[in-house]
Design a protein around this ligand. Structure first.
Ligand code: FES
Ligand code: FES
Length: 159
């Protein structure tokens, strides 16, 4: 087994870990760092359950080697609540009834976070396209889209 020491930032904290060069970032987050909010779904980059934010962009951590994360800034669902307060998009998910099961919701929240942090007001179709990497097999996407729209509208009003 070939291993390598890598250092990256997770939710604002620097961590160093010795990883197997074949290990995915998802495995390292869940199994080594115990950040189990990032979910393991399909493991082939199709469902978005494992979505994290790396240097400001959404990434399927199941198909991203941990060694690629060396020196990067990673955000997981665990870091989105601050001092007991949900992030604005998390709160909007609650308000709009967009919370779904524990497998898909963290990934949806991370993708929605990147969309609302762009500061842009996207159309409904653009929001759907932006969330297209996140799948739910059981319910609809309407409330999620509404939650994203809500925060985008608040962003505009705050300008
Ligand atoms: S678990 Fe990574 S995309 Fe499905
Ligand atoms: S996969 Fe989570 S509610 Fe459908």
């Amino acid at each position: 087994m070939q291993t390598r020491n890598i250092t990256f930032t997770v939710n604002g904290k620097e961590v160093s870990v010795n990883v197997d060069v074949r290990e995915s970032l998802l495995e390292v987050l869940r199994n080594r760092l115990h950040l189990t909010g990032t979910k393991k779904g399909c493991e082939v980059g199709e469902c978005g359950a494992c979505t994290v934010i790396i240097n400001g962009e959404t990434v399927d951590s199941c198909i991203y080697l941990a060694i690629w994360a060396d020196g990067k800034e990673i955000r997981t669902i665990e870091g989105e609540e601050k001092n007991g307060n949900l992030s604005r998009i998390q709160q909007a998910f609650v308000d709009e009834g967009a919370i779904q099961c524990g497998f898909c919701t963290p990934g949806f929240v991370m993708s929605a976070t990147v969309l609302v942090e762009s500061g842009e007001k996207l159309s409904r179709e653009e929001i759907k396209k932006g969330m297209a990497g996140n799948l739910c097999r059981c319910t609809g996407y309407q409330n999620i889209v509404r939650a994203v729209e809500k925060v985008m509208e608040e962003n505009l009003q705050a300008k």
